[in-house]
Design a protein around this ligand. Structure first.
Ligand code: NI
Ligand code: MN
Length: 222
């Protein structure tokens, strides 16, 4: 699976299916492509309804290119009410399947103008990616690690609205993941966290973890 970073918290998972997670493109200062250049996806996973997580862009893309919008029940309803033909609303529970992609919504400690905030574990072609959404650190990340054993975690490190490097290092310890892509940092001045800080903190903890700091537009083969 190819993991393409689209800046901020937006990722494209490209394998037998295309999965866009939090595809905030229009207005995203880090976006390497325009919305017109985006080919859409088979599945769009939206972690919560804050503007920087791409519900509005996902709605536009789904109407243009097709694909299913997936998220917490109220977000799926919102997409349906705005004319998206295929939506799957779920909640924090367990795996469900959409278009050949397995998804489990997870706890996130944050807020959301619609429904409640979540993270998501996405299984595609036998690999599991945990996108934490916007969240602070919480002890039940250990449970996410134990239950779902993600091969890769996408974790916010910017601070202020989400975990900073200190909290993300603890999250990595709790999750027990070996590969991490930092996200939600440096988009705006307030999101101060940097991957180097995370790398240093992990070294101090003696954790052997690969921190893959992608620039927007770059990708990682999982
Ligand atoms: Ni948010
Ligand atoms: Mn955010």
């Amino acid at each position: 699976m190819k993991v393409v970073y689209l800046g901020h918290s937006a990722f494209l998972l490209e394998g037998s299916r295309r999965v866009l997670i939090d595809p905030w493109i229009e207005g995203n200062p880090q976006a390497p492509i325009s919305l017109n250049e985006c080919k859409g996806a088979d599945v769009y996973v939206i972690t919560h309804a804050h503007g920087d997580h791409g519900l509005e862009d996902a709605i536009k893309l789904a109407k243009r290119h097709g694909g299913v919008i997936v998220g917490i029940y109220e977000i799926a309803n919102e997409a349906a009410s705005k004319g998206v033909k295929e939506t799957v609303g779920a909640n924090i529970g367990g795996f469900f399947e959409v278009n050949g992609v397995r998804i489990a919504l997870t706890t996130a400690v944050h807020s959301s103008p619609i429904g409640a905030p979540t993270g998501a574990v996405v299984e595609l072609d036998g690999k599991r990616v945990y996108h934490a959404g916007d969240t602070g650190v919480f002890y039940d990340m250990k449970l996410i690690g134990e239950l779902y054993s993600p091969d890769l975690a996408l974790l916010p490190i910017g601070g202020h609205f989400v975990m900073g490097p200190l909290e993300a290092a603890k999250a990595i310890e709790l999750l027990g993941v070996k590969k991490v892509i930092p996200m939600h940092y440096q988009t705006f001045p307030v999101l101060k966290g940097k991957p180097e800080e995370l790398v240093n903190l992990l070294k101090e903890k003696g954790l052997d973890v690969e921190v893959i700091a992608l620039r927007p537009g770059e990708s990682y083969e999982l």
